[in-house]
Design a protein around this ligand. Structure first.
Ligand code: OGA
Ligand code: NI
Length: 333
C-alpha cells in the first residue's frame, strides 16, 4: 500500500486542507497564539567572557522557560549551512527515492523516513514529514537510513556531529553546576559517554491554511536535552504559563530544549518545555532537532544527591525504554 506523505498532499492542496488536518479551536494557531509578543525566549551568548552571567542565564532559562537559544556556540556557520543544504536536497528528491529510506513496516526503531500515520487522540494529523537517524555514538549508527543522495549528506552530518560535542558538554556542565552537583554529574546521570544523539529532520511543506493546521502538536521532548537548528522560516512556539509564544528566528543560533529526562534527573528543578510548530502558507519550513537520549536500558530518576527527606523524589526511576513506551502509548508514568 502506498503511504500518503504530507509533501504529496501539499502538492494538490491549494486553498483548503483535508478535514483531518483542521485542529479544534483550542489548538488552532490562528486563535491561540499571543499576538504582539513582548515576552521572548532567552538568547544566551555561550562565549560571554562573563561566565557567571552566562551560567546564571542558562540556569534561569532552564528553570523558568525550559527553552532558550544560544549564539556564539562554536559550531561554524558553514557547518550548519551544509547540514541544512544536504537535508533540504534530500527532501526535494523524487518521492520514490525518498521511499528507499522509509521506516520498515513493523520496525521497533524510530529510524527512517516517514509520516506519523497514527492519528492523535482527537483524530488529527500533523502537517509534517520526517527522517530520523542516529548520528552518535558510531556503534549505534545505521547507515541504511542516511541518504546517499546528495553525496555530501554523510560528511555534512558527520561534521555537524563532531562540532556538537563541545556545546553538549558545556550545556550539561552549566546545568549540573546549577543543581549544586559536580560539573560531570548531570550528563553521567543521563548516559554520559553513552548518550545517543538521534537526529530528526522535520519537513513542513507550505500549507494553504496555516491558521487551522499544526506542524508538530503540543508536546515535551522525551530526551535529556534537544539541540535544534531551524531554517529561516518562523514556526516554533513555546508555551509559558499557558500561552503560546513564537521563538524568534535568529540566523545560526541553536535552540536548546530541556527534555523530560533532565526534568526528572533534576527532580523538577528544570522544566521540560511544552512546544509545538506552526506552518507557513508559501514557504517550506525545515528543522533539524538532535535528541540527546539516554541508552534505552539506563535507569533515569531524580539524582540521588538532590533527594532527601525534605525533598522527596517527584518522579519514578525507570529505564528510558520504559519511559518512552509509556509516553508513546499514553500510559501514566
Ligand atoms: C520535534 C519538534 C520543533 C521544530 O520534532 O520534537 O519539537 O521546530 N520540532 O520543528
Ligand atoms: Ni519537540
Amino acid at each position: 500500500m502506498e503511504v500518503e506523505r504530507v509533501q504529496g498532499i501539499a502538492n494538490f492542496s491549494t486553498e483548503t486542507i483535508p478535514e483531518e488536518f483542521i485542529r479544534s479551536t483550542n489548538e488552532q494557531p490562528g486563535l491561540t497564539t499571543v499576538q504582539g509578543t513582548v515576552l521572548e525566549v532567552p538568547v544566551i551568548d555561550l562565549s560571554d567572557p562573563d561566565e557567571k552571567k552566562m551560567l546564571e542565564a542558562i540556569i534561569d532559562a532552564s528553570r523558568n522557560w525550559g527553552i532558550f537559544q544560544v549564539v556564539n556556540h562554536g559550531i561554524p556557520d558553514e557547518v550548519i549551512r551544509k547540514l541544512q543544504e544536504a537535508g533540504k536536497v534530500f527532501f526535494e528528491l523524487p518521492q520514490e527515492e525518498k521511499e528507499l529510506y522509509a521506516k520498515p513496516p513493523g520496525s521497533q526503531s524510530i529510524e527512517g523516513y516517514g509520516t506519523k500515520l497514527q492519528k492523535e487522540l482527537q483524530g488529527k494529523k500533523a502537517w509534517v514529514d520526517h527522517l530520523f537517524h542516529k548520528i552518535w555514538p558510531p556503534r549505534e549508527i545505521n547507515y541504511q537510513f542516511w541518504p546517499k543522495n546528495p553525496p555530501s549528506y554523510r560528511e555534512a552530518n558527520e561534521e555537524y556531529t563532531k562540532h556538537m560535542h563541545g556545546v553538549v558538554d558545556k550545556l550539561f556542565r552549566c546545568l549540573s553546576v546549577g543543581l549544586g552537583l559536580e560539573g560531570h554529574e548531570l550528563k553521567e546521570a543521563v548516559g554520559g559517554e553513552n548518550l545517543v544523539y538521534l537526529l530528526k529532520i522535520n519537513y513542513y511543506p507550505p500549507c494553504p491554511r496555516p491558521d487551522l493546521a499544526l506542524g508538530v502538536p503540543s508536546h515535551t521532548d522525551m530526551s535529556s536535552l534537544t539541540i535544534l537548528v531551524p531554517n529561516d522560516v518562523q514556526g516554533l512556539q513555546a508555551n509559558r504559563d499557558g500561552h503560546w509564544y513564537d521563538v524568534k528566528y535568529i540566523p545560526n543560533a541553536l535552540v536548546i530544549h530541556i527534555g523530560d529526562q533532565v526534568e526528572i534527573a533534576s527532580n523538577g528543578m528544570y522544566r521540560s518545555v511544552l512546544h509545538r510548530t506552526t506552518v507557513n502558507k508559501e514557504q517550506t519550513r525545515i528543522s533539524w532537532p538532535v535528541f540527546l537520549e539516554p541508552p534505552s536500558d539506563l535507569e533515569v530518576g531524580p539524582h540521588p544527591k538532590l533527594v532527601n527527606e525534605a525533598n522527596p523524589p517527584k518522579y519514578k526511576t525507570k529505564k528510558y525504554r520504559e519511559y518512552c513506551y509509556c509516553k508513546l502509548n499514553k500510559i501514566p508514568q
